[in-house]
Design a protein around this ligand. Structure first.
Ligand code: GDP
Ligand code: MN
Length: 341
């Protein structure tokens, strides 16, 4: 973690000649971006949109994380985009490596098998490192520990609408733990034994399961099997108390020891979604229906009055959440809305 750069942000002419605008009530929150140096163009595109649509009026700070040091050009180009504080951090090696209790001969055979079955990232170890990091480590990084909430942003995403309020304060004031925009199904081939492990965990630690849980979102049969519904984690606005608490800490360690991040290809999205559906109260999950958002293949486009209020430039009718079937992946939004209305 020697790659921390806390130099003040590039100031715009406004800030050079004026004091920063007075800020209203704020949450203890950051925008979090995990990225590689090679993704600079996509990062710039995402950050520019988020600033223009929202953060230029709210000035939340940024934390960038990488398993390699960010280069000078990356830092310079990013800092030009915002008046907010920007910090760049290096991920400690143990948080981004296949653990030594994984049997590499089994792991590599399983990777080959997934590649043959055409599973995206089936053969990639670095993708698995990323999924494991996003499941169990980012919220412990030294640049994150001072914050309670984060908004996860990825390179090359699209924000379609103006956001004229502070989503972090919605989370804080309404006691929400997890906010999403897109909910869909997962490829079963990436998580064949995940649910079995989850059931083992809840049998061993029934005290962590909330009496007001949302298991009906992730299971059609009362918890016997997993329907693969999950919140798409490339967008998350969440309270890290959830990940830092006892239930999730034990849960992550339990899953990590099972080895499924490497023997299979468990994603951080199903892991997060299962955890929040079981350990939180169901009213602590929030659908940001008014945030127009797209990550390759799928989008959330606000409808009706929300579309007008946000001056959105997506077509409401094109919101993937209304359709089904792309890439054998289906929306779980209708199910969510049925259950949570
Ligand atoms: P996808 O959305 O599942 O297709 O996966 P992505 O390639 O978008 O990766 C998810 C997030 O992790 C993005 O923010 C990437 O920039 C980041 N990421 C993925 N692999 C790496 C990696 O090897 N190093 C770093 N630093 N970031 C990565
Ligand atoms: Mn992505």
């Amino acid at each position: 973690p020697s790659d921390i750069d806390s130099t003040p942000p590039v100031t715009t002419s406004y800030w050079k000649h004026n004091h920063p605008p007075p800020l209203g009530r704020r949450a203890n929150a950051t925008i979090l971006i995990l990225a590689r140096n090679s993704e600079l163009a996509g990062v710039i595109s995402s950050v520019k949109q988020l600033e223009d649509r929202w953060n230029k009026n709210f000035h939340y700070p940024y934390v960038f994380l990488n398993d390699e040091p960010f280069d000078a050009n990356f830092k310079r180009r990013v800092k030009e985009l915002t008046d907010s504080q920007v910090e760049f951090g290096l991920i400690p090696l143990p948080d981004w490596v296949q653990p030594d209790w994984i049997d590499e001969s089994i792991a590599s055979k399983n990777r080959e098998h997934l590649v043959k079955q055409g599973v995206i990232y089936g053969g990639s170890v670095s993708y698995r490192n990323m999924c494991r990091f996003n499941s169990g480590f980012f919220y412990r990084h030294e640049l994150l520990t001072k914050y309670q909430f984060y908004w996860r942003v990825e390179p090359d995403v699209t924000y379609y609408c103006d956001i004229d309020y502070d989503p972090f304060l919605v989370m804080q004031d309404q006691d929400k733990l997890y906010g999403f925009t897109i909910a869909l199904t997962e490829w079963k081939k990436t998580i064949p034994t995940l649910w079995k492990s989850v059931k083992e965990f809840t049998r061993e630690y029934p005290q962590y399961v909330s009496p007001h849980n949302a298991v009906d979102f992730i299971s059609d049969d009362g918890g016997y099997s997993y329907n693969t519904c999950h919140f798409w984690s490339n967008f998350e606005i969440a309270n890290m108390d959830l990940w830092r608490g006892e239930a999730y800490t034990k849960f992550f360690d339990f899953l990590d020891k099972k080895g499924g991040f490497y023997y299979e290809r468990w994603g951080d999205a199903p892991v997060h979604s299962i955890a929040v559906s079981l350990f939180a109260r169901r009213d602590q999950i929030h659908y940001f229906s008014d945030i127009g958002y797209k990550h390759e293949y799928f989008s959330n486009c606000p409808q009706g009055e929300q579309h007008r209020r946000g001056k959105c430039w997506c077509d409401s009718k094109s919101s993937y959440q209304l359709k089904n079937g792309a890439l054998q992946i289906t929306s779980c939004l209708a199910r969510y809305e049925d259950l949570f209305k």
